[in-house]
Design a protein around this ligand. Sequence first.
Ligand code: ZN
Length: 317
Amino acid sequence: MVQIPIIFEESKSGLQSFNCFVTENNGQLILIDGGIPHDAFFQYAEQMLMQRGYDFSDLDAIYLTHHHEDHVGLLPLILAKKQLPVYVHEEAIPRLLFDTNFLSMRIAFYEQFYTRMDCLADARPRLEKQRATLQKASEKRIEADYRVIAAGDKLGRFDIIGLPGHSTDSIGYYDAQTQELYAGDTILKNTSTNAIIDPLVTGEYMPANLLQRQSLETIKDMPIRHLYAGHQPSFSNVSEIATQKISRLNDKAQHLLTLLEQPMTGRQATQAFYNRLYERQFSLVLSEIAGQLDYLQQQQKITATFENGLYVFERNG
Ligand SMILES: [Zn+2]
């Protein structure tokens, strides 16, 4: 079977590399994920294909693990050469199309979320950026022949595995015969994966941390001989790495719990936990702490009280 890993190393990026994979399914040549929108990446991917006697026009389909921009970068270029079906989770579609109704809903969602987390003022630049994206939606949209797939579906040799948490639309492609999983960014060997707060298409809140934990448990318990990741090296000791990631999440939750001896808002808890990273990586660290606060509430370790339009979190007992 054709198996061409495209591992584009970038030491400057904390992600270390941007990965996508060419393989076969259903007698077709497929690309799993689409990398970053840079010429250097395109040339590298083209070179990797050429070494094996292929080029982009030989592809029959593209499968996405999720919609993030570092996984769909080459789609416009590839699809301009040849119209291909693009398989995605349904949550990916309004995001890839930069659907203006969806983007407007999402801005309203974040305004409410940041207000309740006591950080609307600090979120202004991010909300401005989202409004600018809404204005440029038509330039950014990626038109394609999208085919919706869902957890539990079968697609040739692959079972589709739901892996939400990093994004609402994260899915894995699992071959039960070879026990290989293409897992996107759900689990990375060397760094932790952000569980990003992002509304569902319905506008509903998605408890990213709780879902990320479930997805890590799913991966931990699956028979996997080899995991192909969206960044960094692929690996084989999957259960061990998944266990490490879960215990790291638990350690961080435990640390947050010790800080919540005094009642705090979401902003105060994030600042207490991350100090200056709160400003430098505002949306990521806020997502992480909001997610961990959901987890601590689910574990009945803390209580959230809604007063004067925002949440105050306090340790129980
Ligand atoms: Zn990624």
